[in-house]
Design a protein around this ligand. Structure first.
Ligand code: GSH
Length: 208
């Protein structure tokens, strides 16, 4: 197998970050192809569905973030072998897609419309998804979303929760996670503190 190439936009978050983290944690050397937003229009047509992320291995290409997450998770041992645990893992990742899609849809709005829609998200869907994800985490014992161990579901939820906590989402208070879903906040801190996750971001800070 040649070195996998993961193509996504040039920031440490969003739909491509879970697979980047999984590959890094699994110690799989990969080409981290980061597309500057300005270059996207020239590359869009060459992707399977006109969107990123895309994973290429040898002469094969696969798109759709959760499909990539599952594939990479299987490669590196971060996806459950048990069918039920796999379904729980998928459930958490798909839930993040549901709320992430709603949030993403607000990015290109006018300032006034963005504020109105973000206010609505902050008082409804965002706390709802946080509370329900926390509930599912607690159902599994509070540590991990599936299989009693780290999976790509934990990484995907981590990336979303970390973004909320960063305060980077205008009109959505950065304390919403702590207020609504403290166990999810703890989960985020725990994933952030994993040696492999810390090592990955240390490399990023060095520009690696
Ligand atoms: N269902 C797809 C959605 C992919 C998607 O919409 N990606 C965004 C970035 S997160 C994108 O490529 N936007 C640019 C565009 O659609 O032109 C997935 O999960 O990968």
């Amino acid at each position: 197998m040649s070195r996998p190439k993961l193509t996504y936009f040039d920031f440490d978050g969003g739909r491509g970050e879970c697979a980047r983290l999984a590959l890094a944690i699994g110690g799989v050397p990969f080409i981290d192809d980061r597309v500057p937003f300005a270059a996207w229009k020239d590359r869009k047509a060459d992707t399977p569905f006109g969107a990123l992320p895309v994973l290429q291995i040898d002469d094969r290409t696969v798109a759709q973030s959760n499909s990539i997450n599952r594939y990479v998770g299987k490669l590196v041992g971060l996806y459950p072998a048990d069918p039920w645990q796999a379904a729980l893992c998928d459930e958490a990742m798909d839930a993040v897609e549901d709320i992430g899609g709603k949030i993403l849809a607000t990015f290109d709005l006018s300032a006034a419309e963005k504020k109105a829609q973000r206010d609505a998200l902050a008082s409804g869907p965002i706390p709802f998804f946080l509370a329900r994800l926390q509930h599912r985490l607690e159902d599994q014992g509070g540590g991990y979303f599936a299989g009693d161990r780290l999976t790509v579901a934990d990484l995907k939820v981590f990336v979303w929760v970390r973004h909320l906590k960063s305060g980077a989402l205008d009109h959505v208070s950065s304390d919403v996670v702590d207020r609504v879903a403290p166990r999810l906040s703890e989960h985020c801190q725990r994933i952030r503190g994993l040696p492999a996750v810390k090592a990955h971001y240390a490399t990023r800070q060095k520009g690696g």
